[in-house]
Design a binder for this molecule. Structure first.
Ligand code: SF4
Length: 372
């Protein structure tokens, strides 16, 4: 199976206090130096020429200047065969996206933009430390549409401290009014290592009540289903035919080739992680031709468990016989005790394919760890 391709651009305008991605405020960073290292990595570890999908994530890939965006997209595409039909996504943020940058994306065949909207209420954007306003989300959305890119995702965050159900439904309604093709709705997580996590440890910030969070989760599906979006993964909602093919590849545990600082690759049954630190990444690529700092071979039951819990995140679920065939084990026998237990707990449905119940989706981490 041909791997999909992911490229990581780690620069943002500022670092959001809840974010644990490998991303850095761009001020004072050597963007050109990073892009040169990225280009060298693509040279020395060439991507497959015909990847089914391309995804440029970050960070905020549209924070660099237009000529820098033009350079890294050109560097990537020079190594691939042209295919305008393939899904080609770039992440962007309101505030820093301009008509000129959208034109650069479109000129390189980008056909999907994922916008970090997060909330349509300015006071929640402020709580989240975002540097854009609600009005700028709509401006960015129009820029993308006017630039001829007709497949747009909006990322939204719920369970933000100070956000009640009415606020969240307001944000959902504003998003629906824009009619994007795709919506990703995430609950805020206090990830260790983030400023939010530290504030919570010091008692300066409190997570939303679990019941309130579950209510928002439930209402999200109801509201979006009525408006014509189908939930096809825990956090992902699509209009008919507008599922994110790239992310579906991850959830099917299919291979991917990742480039850039902190990017992961999953190739020939091995998961490898790149160095996260920007200068060390550039040095490693220059000295060795790759920047891998971790290697993990996934085979047999371990690989099967991953395929199962990733597949369970989606509404399609997984077939244990196909999982077993793919990973060379008797998955039905091996996972029978855990499947029985999760069914008794009401977290998995009966029958095949194996699928989570709504309750299971809400505690997906518990289900995952049961398989691992
Ligand atoms: S813009 Fe996105 S990637 Fe950048 S710091 Fe904020 S949440 Fe993280």
């Amino acid at each position: 199976m041909t791997p999909t391709v992911y490229v990581h651009i780690p620069f943002c305008e500022t670092k959001c206090p809840y974010c644990d991605f490998n991303s850095f405020a761009v001020q004072g960073r050597d963007v050109d130096g990073y892009l040169a290292a990225l280009s060298e990595e693509l040279d020395r570890r060439p991507p497959p020429p015909d990847p089914p999908t391309l995804f440029i994530g970050g960070g905020t890939p549209t924070v660099p200047r237009p000529e820098q965006i033009d350079r890294y997209l050109g560097d990537l595409l020079r190594r691939l065969r042209p295919d305008p039909a393939r899904e080609f996504t770039v992440e962007a943020n309101p505030g820093s996206l301009t008509a000129e940058k959208v034109a650069v994306l479109a000129a390189h065949g980008v056909n999907r933009v994922s916008l970090g909207a997060q909330s349509f209420l300015d006071r929640h954007l402020k709580t989240l430390g975002r540097v854009h306003s609600a009005a700028q989300i709509e401006e960015a959305f129009r820029l993308v549409r006017d630039g001829g890119i007709d497949n747009v995702n909006l990322d939204l965050i719920f369970a933000v401290p100070g956000l009640d159900l009415r606020d969240w439904l307001y944000t959902l309604d504003c998003a629906v009014a824009l009619q994007p093709e795709h919506l990703s709705c995430y609950a805020l997580i206090f990830e260790p290592g983030t400023e939010f996590h530290a504030r919570r440890q010091r008692g300066l910030m409190h997570a939303l009540d679990e019941e309130d969070e579950l209510r928002m989760f439930r209402f999200t599906e109801r509201r979006l289903r009525h408006a014509g979006w189908q939930r096809y993964e825990i956090s992902a909602f699509a209009r008919p035919g507008k599922h994110c093919r790239h992310n579906l590849g991850y959830w099917r545990n299919e291979p991917y080739a990742g480039y850039g600082a902190g990017a992961f690759s999953y190739l020939d049954g091995e998961r490898c992680g790149n160095e996260r630190h920007l200068e060390r990444y550039a040095r490693a690529v220059h000295e060795r031709g790759d920047a891998f700092v971790s290697h993990e071979r996934l085979e047999g039951s371990r690989a099967a468990a991953e395929t199962i819990f990733l597949g369970l995140r989606t509404r399609y679920g997984v077939r244990l016989d196909s999982v077993g065939e793919r990973h060379g084990i008797d998955a039905q026998r091996e996972f029978a005790p855990v499947v029985t237990r999760l069914r008794e707990q009401g977290l998995l449905r009966r029958g095949e394919p194996l699928r989570m119940t709504r309750r299971g989706w809400r505690v997906a981490d518990t289900v995952s760890s049961a398989f691992l």
